[in-house]
Write a protein that binds this ligand. Structure first.
Ligand SMILES: NC(=O)c1ccc[n+]([C@@H]2O[C@H](COP(=O)([O-])OP(=O)(O)OC[C@H]3O[C@@H](n4cnc5c(N)ncnc54)[C@H](OP(=O)(O)O)[C@@H]3O)[C@@H](O)[C@H]2O)c1
Length: 289
């Protein structure tokens, strides 16, 4: 069993750290607002620490799942940051969805201290984190990844090394680009079906057995029809992710016309007060009054 710190007791980090404790690992958690860490220790076997550095001290692995690039920097660098507490040979795993540049920066700074670093964004949402069934896309050195893989397997059903530092984040960008256009198309199809007077539940039943089938159709089709948008991954997070994708595309020359358009649709959702609605809320812009 390993000694592990987990930084960030959010929607994702809280259950992920719970799986580590349930598998018998020695877990220390840190959260910026201390009450969430306290709640976690009341429900799981493990300790809470006051700073990332304190949490990271003496651990074999330090996992993080916070918000964006700057949030990761604030729990990693500086005198209270995780790197200040980690011993040579320990491994830092970042599950935050962030830029590939940040992943490379973490590896560069970590290697100066003799630390291993893996960028490891996840897909599968809150349900995937709770059920221990996340897809984990990793970047980093093969030897470091192999050490961290059994730990990540506590909450990941597929844990795959995609390439060097940043490759996990780049793979997650592909994931988000694929989702953006698909969710818009699903909303357009259902809005069209409603205006055409079709029974859209029945439409879903039929077309989900054919070529239009998708995870979004299976998992969000019915909730879209019901006008419910409270099922996980929030619009605010999606806009953060699409911003990362478009910044990367400006560098590598990829064209993302549909992604850019869908990002604008999400900004309309935010204006409607839907920043915390789930990503299928694009339908809100298309539905009948
Ligand atoms: N939710 C999903 O379905 C999902 C799916 C895949 C990937 N992700 C990605 O996973 C990451 C976490 O998502 P989440 O849904 O767990 O978010 P969340 O519930 O909002 O939790 C964010 C966590 O990060 C901490 N944090 C944020 N900024 C910080 C800072 N500057 N310093 C220290 N701690 C900070 C927060 O602490 P406080 O409690 O103090 O605010 C909280 O523990 C994001 O990158 C997101 O894009 C989420």
């Amino acid at each position: 069993m390993a000694k592990i710190a987990f930084l960030g007791m959010g929607v994702m980090g809280y259950p992920m750290a719970g799986h580590l404790a349930a598998k018998g690992h020695d877990v220390t958690v840190y959260n910026r607002s201390a009450e969430k860490a306290k709640k976690w220790t009341s429900e799981h076997k493990g300790r809470a620490a006051a700073t990332p550095a304190e949490a990271a001290k003496g651990q074999d692995f330090v996992m993080a799942c916070v918000g964006n690039d700057d949030d990761v920097r604030s729990v990693v660098f500086g005198k209270d940051g995780a790197f200040a507490g980690m011993a040579k040979g320990a491994v830092f795993v970042d599950h935050t969805t962030a830029s590939a540049d940040l992943a490379r920066e973490l590896e560069r700074e970590g290697s100066k201290l003799g630390l291993g670093v893996v960028d490891a964004p996840v897909s599968g949402g809150q349900a995937g984190a709770q059920n221990g069934a996340l897809t984990v896309m990793c970047g980093g050195k093969a030897e470091v990844f192999e050490r961290a893989k059994p730990v990540m397997a506590c909450y990941g059903k597929a844990v795959t090394l995609m390439g060097e530092a940043g490759a996990g984040q780049l793979t997650k960008m592909v994931n988000q680009i694929c989702i953006a256009g698909l969710v818009q198309a699903l909303g357009e199809g259902l809005a069209f079906g409603m205006r055409a007077g079709l029974d859209c539940e029945k439409v879903l039943e039929v077309i989900s057995k054919g070529a239009a089938q998708s995870w979004q159709m299976e998992n969000r089709g019915k909730t879209i029809i019901a006008g419910k948008f409270d099922f996980g991954f929030a619009v605010d997070w999606m806009r953060k992710d699409l911003g990362i994708c478009m910044a990367e595309a400006r560098r590598n020359g990829a064209r993302l016309p549909v992604t850019a358009l869908v990002d604008q649709f999400y900004s309309h959702i935010q204006e409607r007060g839907g920043g915390r609605w789930d990503t299928s809320s694009l339908f809100h812009l298309l539905k009948n009054k």
